[in-house]
Design a protein around this ligand. Structure first.
Ligand code: GDP
Ligand code: ZN
Length: 458
């Protein structure tokens, strides 16, 4: 069965001196050859070689673009098909012209994610790896990139496959007992099921524990900076943003709006929200800001609560500290460069388990201490160890939860003395759900859906 040959621009549009157009399919080399002019024929080029030449309009013989063309023959290519990559050096215009010429040949535009989909369908990668490719493209920080990279290399897949193997063993064991009931080993089987399912559930729990860290690495720690007006929230935001120059987003708004900055601290991405004060207000515009800051507070993974060194604690600050619970808070004592008016003893008592960091946003003093406090809080200081398998994909997390529930059902059924063929269904369901993570038992529509989220050219 022959698939169509597809092409797309694989590099981001816009900036950048070099663009890569990727062509994949049985006839990729022959088709590109029709518009390629060089000393040697592309069809005679060895696999994995780079060939210098020109893209030529076959109708007019006009040289469109000077190019380097890489040939990668099946199956040693990204899609496992014949792949040709054309390095175009010019800007957007020449890139478009090359693309237009390709599409006049027997080539069509690739759908988003179609290259990766082919890699999956041809068995080069499994589904979790394909999804990791998508995460790689989107990853906002170095560490998120590492996580996605590990997943792309198949670490998660391997762990899932091991778990499924254990469940297959269990199913085989049940099968034998259903076929030979005269052995009367129901009780033994019950113990066996409980043992094996328990093992798998424990492993799933371990994976799920990494999920919150994985989510943080992927999406950033949602961090709200709160405090009364003029305590130095905006100054803190600026100091952090300056110290960590990787500003990714800067959502515009007035000073009363929530302002967001994306920064990276020790490789951990933080989405910083500077919110309007926590003070009650009657001013309509300000109230909207406060409303938004309430929402931001609710969504926050981390709250940086700013008070001033040169002022006594205010009633509303005391109240806030007494109310706050169920989230990570770092208390920041700002304006350390000014004379002391704050009762530090009282603050420490109110702070309880929350760490207190002293700093001067104005002098950019104490930023390091804040950064270590954040690392400590979210990664127990172990952030440098890179060999953990992180589960960071929402679909995977959902499936792990469901699989765990099925196995839990099996264990409970077994404890209740329910016949083993009922348990068999639960164990099988768990096995199938885990299979969906790596793509062993997913339907075609899900596959289409997943791959359609890719950007063009991947
Ligand atoms: P916000 O209303 O909480 O966002 O506070 P701002 O960041 O706008 O700061 C309010 C005022 O405090 C400004 O005049 C800042 O320059 C000043 N400020 C902020 N941080 C410090 C600090 O660490 N030391 C001193 N002396 N002044 C500061
Ligand atoms: Zn401000």
């Amino acid at each position: 069965m022959m698939t169509e040959t597809i092409a797309a621009i694989s590099t981001p549009l816009g900036e950048g001196g070099i663009a890569v157009i990727r062509v994949s399919g049985e006839t990729a080399v022959q088709e590109v050859e029709r518009i390629f002019q060089s000393k040697t024929k592309l069809t005679e080029a060895a696999s994995h070689t780079v060939n210098y030449g020109y893209i030529v309009d076959p109708d007019t013989n006009e040289q469109i673009e000077e190019v380097l063309v890489t040939v990668m023959l099946a199956p040693r290519s990204y899609t496992m098909e014949n792949v040709v990559e054309i390095n175009v050096h010019g800007g957007v215009v020449s890139m478009r012209r090359v693309m237009e010429l390709l599409l006049k040949l027997d080539i069509r535009v690739a759908e988003p994610g179609e290259f990766t989909k082919r890699a999956f369908l041809n068995g080069r990668i499994d589904l979790s790896q394909a999804e990791a490719v998508m995460d790689l493209i989107r990853s906002k920080s170095d560490r998120a990139f590492d996580v996605a990279m590990k997943q792309a290399q198949g670490q998660l897949s391997k762990r899932i496959k091991d778990l499924r193997y254990t469940l297959v063993e269990t199913l085989a064991h049940i099968e034998v007992n259903i076929d030979y009931p005269e052995h009367d080993v129901d009780e033994l089987t019950g113990n066996f099921i409980q043992d094996k399912c328990g093992q798998v559930m424990a492993e799933i729990d371990k994976l799920l524990k990494t999920a919150s860290e994985g989510k943080i690495l992927r999406e950033g720690i949602m961090t709200a900076i709160v405090g009364r007006p003029n305590v130095g929230k905006s100054s803190l935001l600026n100091a952090l943003a300056q110290d960590n120059k990787a500003i990714v987003t800067d959502i515009p708004g007035t000073t009363r709006d929530v302002i967001e900055e994306m920064i990276t601290i020790n490789g951990i991405p933080l989405r910083l929200l500077d919110t309007a004060g926590i003070r009650e207000t009657n001013d309509v515009v300000e109230r909207i800001g406060v409303e938004r800051s309430r929402t931001a507070l609710q969504d926050a993974d981390l709250v940086l609560f700013v008070v001033n060194y040169n002022e006594p604690l205010q009633a509303d600050e005391r109240e806030w500290l007494q109310q706050i619970e169920g989230r990570q808070v770092i208390i920041i004592v700002n304006k350390m460069d000014l004379p002391n008016e704050l009762d530090e003893q009282e603050l420490a008592t109110l702070a309880g388990r929350f760490p207190i960091v002293k700093m001067s946003a104005m002098l950019q003093d104490g930023i390091d201490a804040l950064e270590s406090a954040i690392s400590e809080l979210f990664f127990s200081g172990k952030v440098e160890s890179n060999d953990a398998t992180y589960v960071s994909n929402v679909r995977h997390i959902g499936l792990l939860h469901k699989a765990r529930r099925s196995l839990q059902d099996a264990v409970e059924a077994s404890q209740a003395g329910i016949p083993i063929d009922i348990m068999q269904i639960d164990v099988r369901t768990g096995w199938e759900l885990l299979g969906e993570i790596v793509g062993d038992s997913v339907g075609e529509s899900l596959i289409d859906q997943i791959f359609s989220q890719f950007c063009l050219g991947k």
